[in-house]
Design a protein around this ligand. Structure first.
Ligand code: PGA
Length: 253
């Protein structure tokens, strides 16, 4: 996978006007700016197929923001991995703190979703991170390992092979208060070593992202950190000019 990896998480934002704007602009800018990185766009799920259709020849990937671990049946309101595959997405964001908080997703549920994402040949982007209080109490590593351990327990030693892990401290999401590049690098190193240790496999391949108030001002210093393979951008990715600027800056590293 080409680095840097830039993931745009639109969350519950956007509409056809924004979608059409992105399609037009990306079609225009792709050759010049997008080819140097792996760009993954995660709009609300219903727009993925439409965006793909109008950006046909571009090597751009899409991520769903959620999935159910059931494949079919009486699960009103849910969407399966198969359906996500059918509309052409390649990735699924899992474990985002907003889903943990507002939709009560715990580590077990996230691990089940992770499992069915992997066995159906989609790639999980697992978000993990601690709250401000947990950070203040020195619990960051403890929280991160708990979030990771459940995935190992349900998905086995090879769980993280060919996946993306995003360290997203909750105190940094949507606050304008990003983690410092040094802290990001140190924490990603910890996560990486822990996963290699638990996998008992030094050849395991996975990618490390940072997310939380990434902006045009801080992306340069974040992306150049040794353990950072890319970033997950929330609100900063909704403004096309900003988003393109971040792609430009990060691809210069
Ligand atoms: P933010 O969101 O960039 O708006 O802080 C990041 C995220 O939630 O993934």
């Amino acid at each position: 996978m080409l680095k840097p990896i830039i993931i745009a998480n639109w969350k519950l934002n956007g509409n056809k006007v924004l979608v059409n704007k992105f399609i037009k602009k990306i079609n225009n800018d792709y050759e010049k700016y997008f080819k140097k990185s792996t760009v993954i766009i995660s709009p609300p799920m219903i727009y993925i197929e439409y965006m793909k259709k109008f950006m046909k020849n571009l090597k751009l990937s899409f991520a769903a923001q959620n999935v159910d671990y059931n494949y079919q049946g009486a699960f009103t309101g849910e969407i399966s991995t198969y359906m996500i595959q059918e509309i052409g997405a390649k990735y699924i964001i899992l474990g985002h703190s907003e889903r943990r908080k507002h939709h009560f997703e715990n580590n077990s549920l996230i691990a089940k979703k992770f499992y069915c994402t992997k066995i159906n040949n989609l790639i999980p982007i697992l978000c993990i991170g601690e709250t401000e209080n947990e950070k203040k109490s020195g619990l960051t590593e403890n929280i991160l390992t708990k979030q990771i351990d459940k995935i190992f327990l349900i998905c086995g030693k090879n769980a993280f092979h060919n996946t993306l892990i995003a360290y997203e401290p909750i105190w940094a999401i949507g606050t304008g208060n990003n983690a410092s590049p040094i802290l990001i690098n140190r924490t990603l190193k910890f996560i990486k070593n822990y996963i290699i240790f638990k996998s008992e496999n030094t050849d395991i391949k996975f990618y490390m992202q940072y997310g939380g108030s990434v902006s045009t001002e801080n992306i340069k210093d974040i992306i150049c950190q040794k353990n950072v393979d890319g970033v997950l951008i929330g609100s900063g990715s909704l403004n096309y000019k900003n988003f393109l600027e971040m792609i430009k800056i990060s691809s210069k590293n």
